[in-house]
Design a protein around this ligand. Sequence first.
Ligand code: C5P
Ligand code: C5P
Ligand code: ZN
Length: 459
Amino acid sequence: MLQKRAREIGDIIKNSREVHIVTHIDADGITAGCIAYQTLQKLGKECSIEFVKQLDESVLTRLKDENYELVWFTDLGSNISTGYPEINKVITDHHTCSIESNQRFHLNPHLFNLDGGFEISGAGVTYLVSKTIDKKNMDLSQLAVVGACGDLQDRKYNKLSGLNRNILDDGESVGVVKAKIDIRYFGRETRPVYKLLQYASDPVIPGLSGRESACISFLQEHGIKMKDGDNWRCWVDLSKAERRVVISNIARVFLSKGFGYKTVKRIIGEIYLLEQEEEGTEVHDAKEYATLLNSTARYGKYEVGLRVCMGDRGEWFKKARNLLSGHRANLVEGLQFAKEEGIERREYLQFFHAGSGIRDTVVGIVTNMLLNSEEINGDIPLVGFADKGNGEVKASARATEELVQQGLNLSSAMKKAASVVDGIGGGHSIAAGATIPKGKEEEFLAILEQEIKNQLVSI
Ligand code: C5P
Ligand code: C5P
Ligand code: ZN
């Protein structure tokens, strides 16, 4: 069924002369857009691409006026599949959507009883269409793996699951991706080991995460040399035996603090390597690649992200690496800022308001990191607000897998609460976002809290 839909969309694309791609600004959006772009280029189509933060009235009105022969929406668009008939479109998206949006030009896992929160990403569904157009596009599966990792789709099972696995198989079969079992913490190839521990956030290591000197002493205590000459050693520079020592001692830390097997198990899992990339660069490990991309379009540097995905490893790659250090600093500052502002706890949700202290395009990442930090109890969802600077406020909500298991659906709750205050919202059950008019935060929170309560209590 889903395959058939992918083929139908592929046919619509093949029958068009000129296609305009509209995609999202995060890693999944960039990779999705790039898969679409490369697919069209290989077909010899005329194509253009743009990146948007969200599909709102103003974007849609403009697209309508621009009168494209065909618009290909990737990693967004599911909520407009029944609207805007004037825009001739195809949609490859994975956000929660209603069954009414089931149209022949709309590919979304939720229409086929699959969960777009973890079974396939925006880049993944776009890849499925690309593959039906030409099997030679199977090399693009590597970008779909990066997109899925960017959306944290490996979190639920400590590895990619659902349709993501088929995409991974494609990547392995054509030799562009390789799955490996290793430590799941971010920065295996590019961060000094003590930094990898210091920034470990999923799960947070009690007593180590956030504490540089504690991480250094931990490594010294266990006989791990941190430098090789003048160079900091990264995780991948450690010998197998050294890695084992570190992992077993992290596990010991968790167990001694009363954490169970489930938490300890999350330290290791599948990681994904891009076989054609050089080891030690930011594009070899899929998670690091996704973070590199997140440092570009989220800051308005769309072309940088796109060029890197298209394969540039020269000037554009250098630009991306420069943006990455800014992004990392922003996240550290953002976290600090949110903590200082203070998190207010209500019965069914907790929130912070960053005002203009955190960019609206990264407040979601900060909210996620904060929810996973030691300072916060993840027993109820966390909402982060940030001003957009145009009389609007961005809200990002994040929850835990446990809450989702209990019936929480942030996507529908955020959608409902936003619509009551004349905003728009949506996303996934575990992570959702909204844009609302400034000044409506309190009203929005009250409705959101009620929705969350209904979801958790009615199950
Ligand atoms: O826009 P999009 O679907 O691409 O983004 C997915 C969002 O969901 C990401 O911000 C990601 O961090 C979040 N997510 C999460 N926990 C998960 C899965 C996804 O916070 N387990
Ligand atoms: O922006 P943020 O990272 O908080 O978004 C979390 C999830 O909600 C993402 O998948 C994003 O695409 C989605 N979202 C949405 N509609 C909005 C805002 C966010 O579907 N208005
Ligand atoms: Zn996505």
